[in-house]
Design a protein around this ligand. Structure first.
Ligand SMILES: Nc1ncnc2c1ncn2[C@@H]1O[C@H](COP(=O)(O)OP(=O)(O)OP(=O)(O)O)[C@@H](O)[C@H]1O
Ligand SMILES: [Mg+2]
Length: 439
């Protein structure tokens, strides 16, 4: 049986699609150019048009950006990222669009993001239709409990409304949403043999979410599960924030933090502000201003040790923020399997590298972990009971530092780490099946 519905996990770092094929959930190939073809990097690269009006280095003409999004060449996933690395100044790279959907930004900018999401969802829909050889018009899209926003619930409403419009424009005739951790819970429920109070913790790239609920084999096909949900919480903190803490704590001295001028003044931290802000466009734009370039130049002249600031200048001039954070993210991922990793930053300076120890990275995560525990404690308080099992999912759940911290906090609760990149999309698919499938 091939059904005309899919589930989509529209993640901050990765997107995934699942369909119901031959009576079982099946992941769709969404990035043929990747070693992990069942998930795709949540980023696009817009190749430059002839006028050259849009570039990373110049001020983007928003009208042209919109035109490019509507008609121009868009490269998705690894292909887009690799093209961006090859020609960073010739096109426009947009990373993690999900981070901006709830933002308080001018309407025309938000419209551009909507067009971008339309293109992305159309691409994902096409991947599914190609693989399944049938038209797909119904979808359940997983969404975070709280989108990134300074507007609270209004930001959530703005983001979900944008996603709904975009999905409709992409050709879906029926669109529903599900909270990401609840989707993951539905997925884990498939393995449950007896009713179990489960806390599902989904730690992604942009957000961390938790659903504390009663999972039960008997109810697995019910559509209305509100009565089984004890608490749902979400914070606007995920792996990207953890990478930024790592960068500030360990990498920043390589760029001058803690240095002094020849006459004894401290190099101000604000000189580096925004250098890691791949999730905050205004902060990143501020880092790339002429004013900042001038400030960095002035401190290079005044510093008794200019080399770190010359590196910072190179990151600024050559717009290397994305490459820098990508290298840091890869090193962090490697640290999940190794106790230390050599982070090479040769794209900034020939033979620049730094040894990262897992324990040293653990120190930069204290604050991040504390926020995660506040979220979990809130859920436990609201539920007024303790979980019998914790399911840990999402990419950051693969970090042994996170796993160890959770074990220390919940020593007697069974913790299962599973399906980091597929639990949410499979759960969205399960909801789609319950909604759209008549048999
Ligand atoms: N092995 C690993 N160890 C540690 N972190 C990892 C590992 N693999 C991936 N990550 C991190 O997990 C995050 C991505 O996880 P995931 O794909 O679940 O996020 P997402 O679903 O795209 O984001 P969100 O749910 O927040 O919108 C990134 O920050 C990435 O660096
Ligand atoms: Mg996710």
């Amino acid at each position: 049986m091939r059904a005309d519905f899919i589930g989509i996990d529209f993640g901050t770092s990765n997107c995934a699609v699942a369909a119901w094929v031959d009576n079982k959930p099946t992941l769709i190939v969404v990035d043929e150019n990747s070693d992990t073809p069942f998930k795709i990097r949540s980023a696009i690269y817009l190749a430059n048009n002839e006028s050259g009006a849009v570039s990373q280095s110049g001020k983007a003409n928003e009208q042209t950006l919109n035109d490019m999004l509507n008609a121009g060449d868009i490269l998705f996933g690894e292909q887009g990222f690799n093209a961006f690395l090859l020609t960073p100044h010739e096109g426009r790279y947009v990373n993690s669009p999900k981070n901006f959907l709830g933002a308080k930004i001018p309407k025309r900018l938000l419209d551009n993001f909507e067009t971008l999401v339309v293109r992305f969802l159309s691409y994902l829909k096409l991947c599914a239709e190609k693989q399944l050889k049938c038209t797909i018009n119904k979808v359940v899209i997983a969404r975070p409990v709280n989108y990134h926003s300074t507007m609270g619930e209004l930001g959530n409403q703005q983001a979900e409304a944008l996603m709904l419009r975009a999905a409709t424009k992409a050709g879906f005739t029926q669109v529903q949403f599900i909270h990401e951790p609840l989707a993951a819970a539905y997925h884990f429920e498939q393995q449950i043999k007896q009713p179990t109070k489960a806390m599902v913790v989904d730690l992604g790239g942009g957000t961390s979410d938790v659903t504390f609920c009663l999972l039960s084999e008997n109810k697995a096909n019910n559509l209305d599960r509100d009565g089984d949900i004890y608490a749902t919480k979400g914070i606007r903190q995920g792996g990207i924030v953890s990478d930024k803490h790592l960068a500030s704590g360990i990498i920043s001295p390589l760029f001058g933090r803690g240095g002094r001028t020849a006459d004894g003044r401290a190099i101000p931290n604000r000189l580096l502000s925004g250098v890691y802000s791949i999730d905050n466009m205004p902060e990143m734009a501020d880092f790339y201003t002429e004013k900042r370039a001038k400030a960095i130049s002035d401190y290079i002249v005044a510093s008794d040790d200019p080399l770190p600031l010359i590196r910072l200048q190179r990151v600024q001039k050559q717009r290397l923020t994305h490459q820098l954070m990508h290298a840091i993210e890869l090193a962090k991922i490697e640290l999940s399997d190794q106790s230390h990793v050599n982070l090479t930053l040769t794209f900034i300076e020939k033979s620049l590298d730094v040894m990262l120890e897992r324990e040293q990275v653990a120190q930069t995560m204290t604050n991040w972990l504390e926020k995660m525990f506040i979220m979990i404690d809130d859920a436990v308080d609201e539920a007024k009971q303790q979980p019998e099992i914790i399911y840990l999912t999402g990419g950051m759940g693969l970090s042994p530092l996170v796993q160890q911290a959770l074990k220390t906090r919940y020593p007697v609760v069974k913790i299962t780490v599973a399906d980091a990149f597929s639990s949410v999309v499979f759960g969205a698919l399960l909801k789609a099946k319950r909604l759209y499938c008549c048999n």
